[in-house]
Design a protein. Structure first.
Length: 177
């Protein structure tokens, strides 16, 4: 059983040739897109599939053959990453909405254990309310994407004594007795 014969590349339109050339010369284009464009341009210039694979950096001509087949069917869309690639969404719009809604409501001192929200109290409450693996970083990113910002509060000290008490408590909390 032999290899399937290579499908020939259909003639490129002037717009496709220009798009391939622009993409190949672009300084900020994704390397995988440049590689695909280079292979297609090499085949269009008359190189064999083996030569196009070498020029574009593919291991063998079969990758170029599959690329040409997809290009003949879909055009320049084959240069982009296919749908469904990449990391799956952990928290969708409903969960993100719950995080934003929780941050916008005033905390209940008894139920939430705080008078104002911090990332750790938001995290604790969200985990209790049905998102057991959500973390503070995720909460901060969701709130930031929604237009909010989390900022640390600054402490104002009325006297040197208060400042020293605060520093000693902080030191013992960090380093332990």
């Amino acid at each position: 059983m032999g290899r399937r014969p290579h499908e020939p590349l259909r003639p490129l339109t002037p717009g496709e040739e220009e798009s391939l050339e622009r993409l190949i010369k672009a300084q900020s284009a994704r390397s995988d897109q440049v590689r695909r464009a280079t292979a297609l341009q090499a085949v269009a210039q008359g190189l064999s599939y083996v030569g196009a694979a070498e020029r574009a950096g593919y291991k063998d001509e079969e990758s170029v053959s599959r690329l040409v087949r997809r290009f003949n069917q879909r055009g320049l869309g084959v240069l982009r990453i296919a749908a469904g690639r990449g990391r799956t969404i952990t928290y969708g719009p409903a969960e993100r909405g719950r995080v934003v809604a929780l941050a916008q409501r005033t905390p209940d001192r008894e139920e939430d254990g705080t008078a104002t929200w911090s990332l750790s109290t938001l995290e604790r409450t969200m985990r209790r309310e049905g998102l057991p693996r959500i973390g503070g970083t995720t909460i901060r990113r969701v709130l930031r994407a929604a237009g909010s910002s989390y900022q640390r509060t600054t402490l104002r000290h009325d006297s040197l004594y208060t400042y020293l008490q605060w520093t000693v408590r902080r030191f013992w909390a960090v380093s332990g007795p």
